[in-house]
Design a protein around this ligand. Structure first.
Ligand code: GAL
Length: 447
C-alpha cells in the first residue's frame, strides 16, 4: 500500500560495504570472497585491497554527518554478510550487528532514510568453500541471512535491496573473471549460479515480508538502456525493442534475462532457445519463488546504447561519440529518461535509480579543493533527464548518486574516483568536492 512517504522523491547517495568499510578482520568479521581474491597477487590493479578502504567502520559518524550536510534524505548502504555471520550461517557476530545498528541509528538521527542492500557481491568465503551459488542450498542460506537482518534491523529499516547486480556472478565466474571469486566456470555452472541467485532473491523477499511488516523490497540489476538518437517514433520503438530483447551471447548486458523472471514470472523465450543444452532445470515452484511480488524496480544505470538509423533502412548503435568517462563508458544523460520510461512500461513498478555516477582521476588542487566540474555537469545533465521522465508521467521515485565518497572500485582499485567526497587514501582525510556542493544545491532546488 502506498503512503505519503513512499511518494516522496528520494535524493540519495550510495555505497557498498566492501568498498568503504575496511576493518577487514576486525571485531569477529569473517572473510568474504572479495577479501580472499584481493589478496591473490595480480588480481587487482596495484594489488589494492579493501583491508582499510575508507575506514568507514571507524569513521561512520563523521561520514553520516557529511551526508546530512549534503542534504540527502536517503542513504543506500550494504551489510557485509560475513560481518554479521562470519561463517555465512549459524553463529551471529554481535559486534557486527552492533556496527550496523549504530550506523542505522546515526542516519535516522539526521532524518536520513536507510535503503539496505543485503548482497553487494561479498559472499562469505566459508559459503564459497561449500560451492557458493552453485550449491542448491544457497537460496536457503540467503533466507536465513535476510531473516536475521529483518529481525535485527526491521523496526528501523523499511527499504531493502536484496541483490545488487546479479550479473556480478558472471563477471566473477566467466571468461577472464575480473570480479570475485575470480575463477572461470563452465557456462552451465554460470547459468546455475544465476538461477540460484534469483531464487535467493525470492527467498529474501519472503524472509523480509515475514519479519518486516510494511517493508518495500526490490533487487537492483544494472543495464545500459537503448536510447533513440532523436525523437523519431520508429527509432523510439526500435530502442524499446532493443532494450527488451535477449541478445544471444550477451549474458551481462541483458535486461530481460534477470528482470523478466522477477517481474514477469519467467525467463524470456529466447533464454530457453539459446541455452537449451545448458540451462538448469527450472521448475514452476522456482519461478513462483523468483517472482514473489516486489514493490520497486530498483535499477543501476550509468551508460546507454544510442540507437540511430543506418541510412539503409535499418538501425545501428552509434559509435565514436558519446563522450566516454575514464572507464570508457559512454556518457549518455538520456539513459535516465529512456531507461526509467521503458522499465516502467514493461514492469509497471515505481522506478528508483539506485546507482549513477562518474569516475574521474580527481586531484586536490593547490587551493586544497577538488574542482570536479565534469561531475557537477554530469549530475545536472542526468538528473534533468530523470526529472523529465517524471514530468512525462513515469513513476520514478528516486535518484541515488554513486558514490557518496571515493572508494575501492573493485578490481580496478582506488584510482577511478566516483565520490562526491574526496578520500585521501594515505591519511583517510575527507574533502567534499565541488560536486558535493553542486549536488547539495541541486537537491535544495528540487525538494
Ligand atoms: C556498480 C557497482 C558498484 C560500483 C559501480 C561503479 O556496478 O554496483 O559497486 O562499483 O558499479 O563502477
Amino acid at each position: 500500500m502506498d503512503n505519503g512517504l513512499d511518494r516522496k522523491f528520494r535524493w540519495g547517495v550510495a555505497t557498498a560495504a566492501y568498498q568503504i568499510e575496511g576493518a577487514a578482520g576486525e571485531d569477529g568479521k569473517g572473510p568474504s570472497i572479495w577479501d580472499a581474491m584481493t589478496h591473490v597477487p595480480g588480481k587487482t590493479r596495484r594489488g589494492d585491497t579493501g583491508d582499510v578502504a575508507c575506514d568507514h567502520y571507524h569513521r561512520y559518524k563523521d561520514d553520516i554527518k557529511l551526508m546530512a550536510e549534503l542534504g540527502v534524505n536517503a542513504y543506500r548502504f550494504s551489510v557485509s554478510w560475513s560481518r554479521i555471520l562470519p561463517d555465512g550461517r549459524g553463529r551471529v557476530n554481535e559486534k557486527g550487528i552492533e556496527f550496523y545498528s549504530d550506523l542505522i541509528d546515526e542516519m535516522l538521527s539526521y532524518g536520513i532514510e536507510p535503503f539496505l542492500t543485503l548482497y553487494h557481491w561479498d559472499l562469505p568465503e566459508k559459503l564459497f568453500e561449500q560451492g557458493g551459488w552453485l550449491n542448491p542450498d544457497s537460496p536457503g542460506w540467503f533466507y536465513e541471512y535476510a531473516k536475521l537482518v529483518g529481525e535485527r534491523f526491521g523496526e528501523r529499516v523499511k527499504n531493502y535491496i536484496t541483490i545488487n547486480e546479479p550479473t556480478n556472478v558472471l563477471e566473477g565466474m566467466g571468461p577472464g573473471a575480473t570480479n570475485a571469486p575470480g575463477m572461470e566456470y563452465s557456462l552451465k555452472d554460470r547459468l546455475l549460479a544465476v538461477h540460484n541467485l534469483l531464487k535467493a532473491h525470492g527467498m529474501a523477499v519472503r524472509a523480509l515480508r515475514e519479519t518486516v511488516p510494511g517493508s518495500k523490497i526490490g533487487f537492483a540489476p544494472c543495464s545500459g538502456p537503448f536510447c533513440p538518437a532523436d525523437d523519431d517514433p520508429e527509432l523510439i520503438e526500435e530502442s524499446r525493442k532493443g532494450y527488451c530483447d535477449m541478445r544471444e551471447g550477451d549474458l551481462i548486458g541483458n535486461l530481460v534475462l534477470y528482470s523478466d523472471p522477477v517481474f514477469l514470472g519467467d525467463y524470456p523465450a529466447k533464454y530457453y532457445e539459446y541455452y537449451r543444452d545448458v540451462h538448469p532445470e527450472i521448475t514452476k515452484e522456482d519461478l513462483e519463488l523468483i517472482s514473489t511480488p516486489v514493490d520497486y524496480c530498483f535499477h543501476n544505470i550509468y551508460s546507454a546504447n544510442v540507437l540511430m538509423k543506418d541510412g539503409k533502412g535499418g538501425y545501428r548503435i552509434k559509435s565514436g561519440n558519446p563522450v566516454c568517462n575514464m572507464l570508457e563508458w559512454g556518457i549518455v544523460p538520456g539513459a535516465l529518461y529512456w531507461g526509467p520510461k521503458f522499465l516502467y512500461e514493461r514492469y509497471g513498478k515505481p522506478v528508483i535509480i539506485t546507482e549513477n555516477g562518474l569516475p574521474n582521476p580527481d586531484v586536490v588542487c593547490l587551493d586544497g579543493k577538488v574542482h570536479d566540474a565534469e561531475r557537477s555537469d554530469f549530475i545536472e545533465r542526468y538528473t534533468r533527464e530523470i526529472l523529465r521522465a517524471k514530468a512525462d508521467g513515469v513513476d520514478v521515485r528516486g535518484y541515488f548518486y554513486w558514490s557518496f565518497m571515493d572508494n575501492l572500485e573493485w578490481e580496478v582499485g582506488y584510482c577511478p574516483r566516483f565520490g562526491l567526497v574526496y578520500v585521501n587514501f594515505d591519511t583517510l582525510e575527507r574533502i567534499p568536492k565541488d560536486s558535493y556542493y553542486y549536488y547539495r544545491d541541486l537537491i535544495k532546488r528540487n525538494s
